[in-house]
Design a binder for this molecule. Structure first.
Ligand code: LP5
Ligand code: MN
Length: 243
């Protein structure tokens, strides 16, 4: 009970029903015993706006998350690049608290920095330009003003364009930029733990900066096998779900 769990990049969608099933089991059997669950972005393959709550694809997950929060487990979420339109209605339907990206929290007496991680990929200029546009209020008001079917059709085109562009980008461009990481750590006074996802390259990196040591834990995706990070007073441990 005295631990918190961290997950990201599940990319739940109709075409991968086994992941939705694995996630439901994870909520019932694993997250139910935790103090809190932190979802660090890209829970869904995409989220076109909160009117998607009524769409069948999402209902089982929304119900399962609400069941978890009703049982007393606190659930927090940071937006990913695919589900940054999750809003107040989703938060109300699940009783999840949406946190800003990045967020500094304190757990077991230690500062812990949380982020999705896409903002750190500063070498990916095309993505960062796209990101700043779609994260603006003006763009979002205009986008959400369109009918759901039209938004989904646009997202489908965008997904195809993104996949095509990614195939031309190097692995290095699509990773976090080390200066961006160091700048963020400095901004938050060198927290001992930093957890993020997005790159789908699960790992533990140790940064010795500003005379401090920071463990940067990168979460894995759930494409092949579910995984999570467990944080207790004894520190962080990454865990795989049984496949
Ligand atoms: O998600 P991932 O890891 O696969 O790729 C990201 C970057 N791509 C994206 C796009 C999403 O994957 C697509 C789904 C998003 C749904 C969002 C819903 C909200 C509404 C938004 C509607 C517009 O984030 C990818 C990065 C990669 O991470 C690694 O960091 O490289 O970035 C890109 O590939 C983006 C391109 O480089 C630039 C895209 C310009 C798009 C211009 C508009 C095109 C309109 C399409 C119509 C033809
Ligand atoms: Mn992402």
């Amino acid at each position: 009970m005295d631990y918190c769990l961290f997950i990201s990049d599940l990319h739940l969608c109709d075409s991968r029903p086994h992941i939705t099933q694995a996630f439901n089991q994870f909520l019932e059997k694993t997250a139910a015993k935790a103090q809190a669950l932190y979802i660090l972005g890209d829970l869904f393959e995409y989220w076109a706006g909160d009117d998607s709550i009524a769409v069948g694809t999402y209902q089982a997950t929304i119900h399962a998350l609400h069941k978890l929060t009703s049982s007393g487990v606190a659930v927090f979420l940071i937006h990913g690049n695919r589900d940054f339109l999750l809003g107040k209605d989703f938060a109300n339907a699940t009783d999840i608290k949406i946190l800003p990206d990045p967020s500094l929290i304190t757990l077991y007496g230690k500062p812990v920095l949380l982020s999705h991680g896409d903002a750190l990929c500063t070498d990916d200029i095309a993505y960062q330009q796209f990101r700043s546009e779609v994260r603006s209020t003006t763009w979002q008001v205009q986008f959400l003003g369109q009918p759901l079917a039209k938004r989904i059709a646009y997202i489908e085109q965008l997904r195809a364009k993104s996949e095509q562009e990614k195939s031309t980008k190097s692995m290095q461009i699509m990773d976090v930029n080390s200066t961006a990481v160091n700048n963020l750590l400095r901004k938050f006074s060198y927290p001992p733990i930093f957890i993020h996802g997005h790159t789908h390259r699960p790992n533990k990196h140790v940064h010795e900066v500003g005379g401090s040591v920071c463990e940067r834990w990168v979460l894995g995706d759930w494409y092949e096998q579910g995984s999570y990070l467990k944080l207790s007073a004894n520190g962080c441990h990454s865990q795989m779900l049984a496949s």
